[in-house]
Design a protein around this ligand. Structure first.
Ligand code: IVH
Length: 312
């Protein structure tokens, strides 16, 4: 009914109308988007020792004494697809994938179908240009619903929520994406023309005030020991969380300190992903094949009974 009204009275159609969420004409291909501020990846830590090294490097770079406390933000590391959302004067203008960090794909039509992504920001002092970055993912319940529907329809099921989210965003026909229960959580900003607060936690809070979803599990703590306690606490809750995570991200909270720390190759010095230990399962060795290569080199290849581990 709304679509009919909007067709008859195009002057009434607004950028944030619900009719903009249902998906439209299929595209031939995705066009490319160059990220003005590169979308970086994160260094990993697998032990408390590596976390201590991370803090030591920060202290050294910032010339801080050993007893000084560093302010960190702790956030779950969501296992989905990294995206950039560009808002101009509060209106969603463009959605893009991370791609290789420098060039991604324009997925605006697909992003518009995701209900938790506001088409229009609400509130005061919204920057003229605001690039919000975060993760699009499928909560576990949505993943189960999607797979049971696929089973009923005799279609192929997805092996894990991450693949399902990635596959859903790769659709040239946004009406398909619109039927997938995808959701979004913001974790940083890219290009900004306007004022933002001076800490990571306050920036995320501001995004939330404008209607952008942020993680309810986010916490600010003092010192790397407190980061480890947060890690232990979330690790114990991991199986009961409504979505998949593969670790915890710790970020230096103060933006001025982040700027001083800067980046190495493709990862910031002010953030680290503390990963959960790799999941392990046992299986049976069914046999060994000896493959003969072109040069005569023989490579033994194990044939294993297939098992499901870590979502693959
Ligand atoms: S921050 C400059 N925060 O992890 C910092 N990333 O391994 C860049 N991710 O591509 C990322 N949850 O897709 C950040 N709370 C979080 C995250 C997060 C998941 C993903 C993101 C990124 C990848 C890097």
């Amino acid at each position: 009914e709304l679509q009919t009204i909007e067709q008859d009275y195009p002057q009434l159609l607004t950028a944030d109308s619900p009719s903009q969420r249902v998906g439209g004409v299929a595209l031939d291909s995705f066009s490319q988007v160059v990220h003005e501020v590169p979308m970086l990846s994160l260094d990993n830590a697998f032990s408390n020792e590596e976390m201590n090294d991370f803090e030591r490097r920060i202290r050294d770079r910032l010339n801080l004494p050993d007893n000084s406390e560093i302010d960190y933000v702790c956030e779950p590391k969501l296992d989905g697809v990294a995206v950039s959302l560009l808002y101009r004067n509060g209106l969603l203008e463009r959605g893009a994938t991370r791609g290789d960090g420098r060039v991604g794909e324009d997925i605006t039509a697909n992003v518009r179908t995701i209900n938790s992504i506001p088409l229009k920001l609400q509130g005061d002092n919204i920057p003229e240009l605001l690039e919000v970055r975060g993760e699009i993912y499928l909560p576990r319940k949505g993943f189960e619903q999607l797979n049971s529907k696929a089973l009923e329809a005799g279609e192929k099921t997805f092996v894990n929520p991450r693949n399902a989210a990635a596959g859903s965003l790769r659709q040239l026909d946004s009406r398909i994406t619109a039927r997938r229960p995808l959701t979004f959580t913001a974790y940083s900003v890219g290009v900004v023309e306007g004022e933002l607060p001076d800490s990571q936690a306050a920036i995320l809070q501001r995004l939330s005030d404008w209607g952008i979803p942020i993680s309810p599990y986010m916490a600010t703590v003092l010192g790397v020991q407190a980061c480890e306690s947060y890690y232990e606490q979330l690790a114990s809750q991991r199986a009961a969380l409504p979505f998949d995570i593969d670790g915890i991200v710790f970020k230096v909270n103060t933006i001025a300190q982040q700027r001083l720390l800067g980046f190495v190759s493709r990862a910031p010095r002010w953030a680290i992903a503390r990963k959960f230990p790799a999941e392990e399962v046992s299986t049976r060795l069914l046999g060994v094949d000896f493959q003969v290569g072109r040069t005569g080199a023989i490579t033994p290849v194990a044939r294993l009974e297939p098992v499901f581990v870590a979502g693959v």
